[in-house]
Design a protein around this ligand. Structure first.
Ligand code: G3P
Length: 247
């Protein structure tokens, strides 16, 4: 590791501080965010009432599952949450993807354009990011891909935990690797742990220092569950009733 570090790719107050202090400051300034990985507006509206929803991610599979018009559903979701709503380009070549990204960005102020981790996707990422449009680079399966996305100015990188686990590779190790690389160079691209399948994935992503986790609504709802919480609450309610008091 050299003594002199390159400047951050774009202005970030956190980069004014160096070393351990910078990492501590990043953690204080950016608590972990929760995104819902769905295009189901009913689910999103319901989760939004919990007050813990920081954004939404969609992908073509989730849009197909919703059975709804893509741009219409993105507009509706953007009205339900204040945070970023990822809307994915459908084409794979640079020119068409860029045109699609520009159209998607016009739907609402909180649209985050999603592009795949290909050279064309990275070029689109660079172009849109330079114009001030946040980009989520998706389908990330290794640390070098994440490094490329950060260098292309991505607002978010989406490593797919569950799909790596499916192949017998520890998906969470990828989050740890990306965290280390981004911290080494003060990249401010946020690590968005995606393809989360279980509450343990959420816990492990938090332990590994992911900036964001995106999970299906059922996983988010399951986060609160513990049988001892239920059992303890039943006992407290019963004992309180015995006191005959009211608050
Ligand atoms: O955010 C990406 C995610 O939707 C992919 O999840 O479960 O299809 O691998 P999964």
């Amino acid at each position: 590791m050299g003594l002199v570090r390159a400047a951050a790719p774009h202005p970030n107050p956190l980069t004014a501080v160096r070393g351990e202090g910078a990492l501590a400051l990043r953690k204080v300034a950016s608590p972990m965010k929760f995104f819902a990985d769905t295009a189901d507006v009913k689910d999103i509206a319901d989760l939004a009432t919990l007050g813990l929803l920081d954004g939404v991610t969609t992908n073509p599979t989730l849009i197909a599952k919703s059975g709804r018009d893509f741009k219409e559903v993105i507009k509706e979701i953007c009205g339900l949450v204040e945070g970023p709503v990822s809307a994915e380009c459908a084409s794979t070549d640079y020119d068409t993807m860029l045109a699609e990204g520009r159209k998607l960005a016009k739907i609402a102020d909180n649209v985050c354009v999603k592009v795949p981790l290909t050279w064309d996707g990275l070029r689109v990422c660079k172009a849109l990011s330079s114009d001030g449009t946040p980009v989520n680079v998706t389908l990330c399966f290794n640390a070098n891909q994440a490094l490329l996305a950060a260098k292309a100015g991505a607002a978010f990188i989406s490593p797919f935990i569950g799909r790596l686990d499916d192949t017998g590779i520890d998906g969470m190790e990828l989050i740890r690797e990306i965290r280390q690389i981004y911290d080494n160079y003060y990249f401010d691209t946020e690590i968005l742990a995606a393809s989360i399948r279980s509450v343990n994935h959420v816990k492990d992503a938090a332990l590994a220092g992911a900036d964001v986790m995106t999970a299906p609504p059922n996983v988010i709802r399951d986060l609160v569950k513990h049988p001892l919480t239920d059992k303890g609450l039943v006992a407290f309610v019963a004992d309180w009733a015995k006191t005959g008091q009211k608050i």
